[in-house]
Design a protein around this ligand. Structure first.
Ligand code: GLN
Length: 483
């Protein structure tokens, strides 16, 4: 049996029936990582010792006949933007090259408490800024479905790890699409909960009003299970909501007949026809399941990219001020005075995209431009959020393409940041509105080389259970057509 191809549920069942040990499952994954990672380059750092220690702990529970926690023995990969105690956390930046956090993020602590085995840290765009994982200061990750293509980003390493069976489940972060878009590009499921559903404690801050932690999986059930574990109020993150977390798996298999699904017309302009065809087929599948399909409008969609890139850069310019060579990571040598040291450290430690965002963000916040850009963007953000609120008066779920284009070639867009930004058009809107979203596989492009297409599903604030239920029905209706 291939222990690396299982779902979280299957791993736990195997352990329970003593058909395999958690240590075996862990070692199988580490072996596969040794074989495949040199090509895929999903991982930046492995936490082998920590993983084996945790696996043995789970095996002791089995030996003692104790009840097994929900993620017992499940191998997990964690985006390197999420801190792990004693395990290097670089955020794919040179400025944090040797940073070893003294604490665990809440999401990681909750996963381990539920029996998960943390295998290591995955590659991403530097400080989660990007859509292809090519902005990593270390190396690009390749799409396991086609090595010439990007895995998406910024959580490309986590998506690639799950797609290549180098982990069962992974954590990513999503500020403007960084879980949903790489999930789409790699042909797996990836979810961002409502803003405030999952604690951000220990997530290296990029744009605090938009940042989320969320799970990737090869099945909707795995995503539901991982989300349940990491969700919920956390005193260490004041933006988490004190709203009980439902048992997502309990309602997962419920019928979706009568659920109203909105299709926003604005999300089908300028779309690659290959994507459009697949999404249309996906919508037909939902109709066959008994969902009521309705045409809707989200009129402020066209302003979303400008709005998102003003707000996220403004917040980033403030959040990244802490990397000054004094408190964290890198400090440049050979300086003459404090200012010189700051300058040299930041010049050597940040990559081109991060510098571009800090400059953009500083500009839109500066006096004289604040009203024209930052304040205006906040007003537009409210309008975009209102579009969704009004749409959800009529429909339960909204479906859209996750990305307007299929996974592109490595190197294809690195020299054109604007093209890269524009490709985020369908994911940034939900981020601005704070609503939950999931991307699920929706077939492959018709022409060679047959690349994965993702369908995005969105729901009302805190209606993750509904979202997962529709995603699960969709998965059952056609399978996830993986290669
Ligand atoms: N691609 C978007 C950006 O570059 C989103 C990134 C993210 O969600 N972390 O900002």
């Amino acid at each position: 049996m291939d222990l690396t191809a299982l779902t979280a549920d299957e791993v736990r069942e195997l352990l329970r029936n003593k058909k395999a040990s958690a240590e075996e499952v862990c070692r199988e994954h580490l072996n596969r990582i040794r074989q495949k990672n040199p090509e895929v380059r999903a991982y930046l750092t492995l936490s082998e010792e920590r993983a084996l220690k945790q696996a043995r702990k789970v095996d002791r529970l089995v030996a003692e006949g104790k009840p097994l926690p929900i993620l017992a023995g499940v191998p997990v990969a964690v985006k390197d933007a999420i801190v792990t105690r004693g395990v290097r956390t670089t955020c794919a930046s040179k400025i944090l090259e040797n940073y070893i956090p003294p604490y665990d993020s809440t999401a990681v602590a909750r996963l381990e408490a539920a029996g998960a085995v943390i295998l290591g840290k995955t590659n991403c765009d530097e400080f989660a800024m990007g859509s292809s994982t090519e902005n990593s200061a270390y190396f690009p990750t390749r799409n396991p479905r086609n090595p010439d293509r990007v895995p998406g980003g910024s959580s490309g390493g986590s998506a690639a790890a799950v797609a290549a069976n180098l982990a069962t489940v992974a954590l990513g972060s999503d500020t403007g699409g960084s879980i949903r878009q790489p999930a789409a590009f790699c042909g797996i499921a990836g979810m961002m909960g409502t803003y405030g559903r999952v604690s951000r404690y220990g997530l290296v801050a990029f744009a605090s009003s938009l940042d989320h932690i969320g799970p990737f999986g090869r099945s909707v059930r795995d995503v539901a299970r991982a989300l349940k574990v990491i969700a919920g109020c956390d005193p260490a993150d004041s933006t988490t909501a004190d709203i009980p977390v439902p048992d997502y798996e309990a309602t997962l298999e419920e019928d979706v007949r009568g659920v109203t699904v909105g299709v926003p017309q604005e999300y089908f302009n300028g779309l690659s026809p290959e994507i459009g065809d697949n999404i249309q087929k996906g919508i037909d599948r939902l109709a066959k399941l008994g969902c009521k399909i309705a045409c809707i409008s989200l009129p402020h969609t066209e302003y979303a990219i400008a709005c998102y890139y003003i707000i996220c850069t403004a917040e980033a310019s403030s959040n990244l001020a802490r990397y000054d060579g004094v408190r964290y990571g890198l400090r440049a040598a050979g300086h003459d005075g404090l200012r010189e040291m700051y300058k040299k450290t930041r010049d050597a430690g940040f990559g081109a995209e991060v510098k571009r965002r800090i400059m953009l963000g500083t500009y839109v916040l500066s006096s004289g431009y604040y009203e024209a850009y930052y304040r205006k963007a906040q007003q537009v953000r409210s309008l975009i959020a209102r579009d969704f609120l009004e749409a959800f008066d009529e429909v339960d779920v909204i479906v859209t393409p996750t990305s307007p284009i299929p996974p592109f070639k490595l190197g294809e867009k690195v020299d054109d940041p604007l093209q890269m930004y524009l490709a985020d058009i369908y994911t940034v809107t939900a981020s601005l509105a704070g609503i939950p979203g999931i991307s699920v596989p929706c077939g492959l492009t018709r022409t060679e080389p047959h690349l994965p297409v993702g369908m995005q599903m969105l729901a009302r604030h805190f209606d993750e259970a509904r979202l997962l239920q529709v995603a699960r029905a969709f998965e059952k209706s056609g399978g996830f057509e993986l290669m």
